[in-house]
Ligand binder design. Structure first.
Ligand SMILES: NC(=O)c1ccc[n+]([C@@H]2O[C@H](COP(=O)([O-])OP(=O)(O)OC[C@H]3O[C@@H](n4cnc5c(N)ncnc54)[C@H](O)[C@@H]3O)[C@@H](O)[C@H]2O)c1
Length: 243
């Protein structure tokens, strides 16, 4: 591994989850100072990752997490928004609004809030990179057989938010880009084991992604290799959307 992220401070939300953990592990291995943010599971973060508690449903929690990061050290903190939740196979006509509010609250409001708070500080310090994790569910496909209308809508909004922030902030040095995975082997899918074989069958490459395969794309958008990417979205779905 090279030290290509040496001297960079990067916060990762959802750090205790399947993809977030892989992103943290890989960034630390490449020399970054990584702040793993999550509302739970901070004890199990990879070695070298500094954990801090955050609840994306609370504006106060997000504001104070960012304030604490800068109180400890004034260097810019870049951002990977990886936290997310999905409803369990719920028909739209029966969707409880509490589920709607939870999924939209974490996936859209939470991502907006972290972008606003981290973005403001990056703008004030000359720039940096923000990478949001959306999903193939946002624009490329509608998942099946499970019904997850709110999740799909929230992810379409994350993609639109990334493009919108890229236009507002790109000229001032903050690059915002989006990674949209297909099915990845993580706890997010753990409750839907009966669907796994069908999902794999319908994926051209015939398998789930490993979390590290999503981390590689995040690294690309964080690195100078993607210096001309502004509001881009990379679909990494093993060909699922082609079928
Ligand atoms: N796994 C997949 O197949 C897949 C596919 C496409 C997109 N994604 C997206 O990738 C991202 C990561 O997914 P994953 O598979 O690693 O999921 P995961 O369930 O393993 O991890 C999600 C993390 O988000 C955290 N989180 C949830 N609510 C939070 C809150 N209110 N405040 C702070 N943290 C909170 C959880 O504690 C958890 O650690 C999500 O945005 C997800 O929608 C996943």
């Amino acid at each position: 591994m090279t030290n290509r992220f040496e001297g960079r401070r990067i916060a990762v939300t959802g750090a205790a989850g399947g993809i977030g953990r892989a992103i943290c592990e890989s960034l630390v291995a490449q020399g970054a100072q990584v702040h793993g943010l999550d509302r739970t599971g901070l004890d199990g973060l990879p070695d070298g990752v500094a954990g801090a508690s955050i609840d994306l449903l609370s504006e106060e929690s997000v504001v104070s997490a960012v304030r604490d990061l800068y109180a400890a050290d004034d260097c810019p903190v870049e951002l990977v928004n990886c936290a997310g939740v999905v409803e369990d196979d719920v028909p739209a006509e029966e969707m409880p609004m509490a589920q709607f509010d939870l999924v939209m609250g974490v996936n859209l409001r939470g991502v907006f809030l972290t972008c606003r708070e981290f973005g403001r500080e990056l703008l004030a310090r000359g720039g940096g990179a923000i990478v949001n994790i959306a999903s193939m569910s946002g624009n490329a496909i509608v998942n099946h057989p499970q019904r997850q209308s709110v999740y799909n809508s929230s992810k379409a909004a994350v993609s639109a938010l990334g493009r919108s922030l890229a236009v507002e902030w790109g000229p001032r040095g903050v690059r915002v880009n989006t990674v949209s995975p297909g099915y990845v082997d993580t706890p997010l899918n753990a409750l839907k084991t009966q669907m796994h074989e069908q999902w794999k069958r319908e994926t051209v490459l015939g398998r789930f992604a490993a979390p590290v395969e999503i981390a590689r794309a995040v690294e690309y958008f964080l690195s100078e290799d993607s210096a001309f990417c502004c509001g881009a979205e990379l679909l990494i779905d093993g060909g699922f959307a082609l079928r």
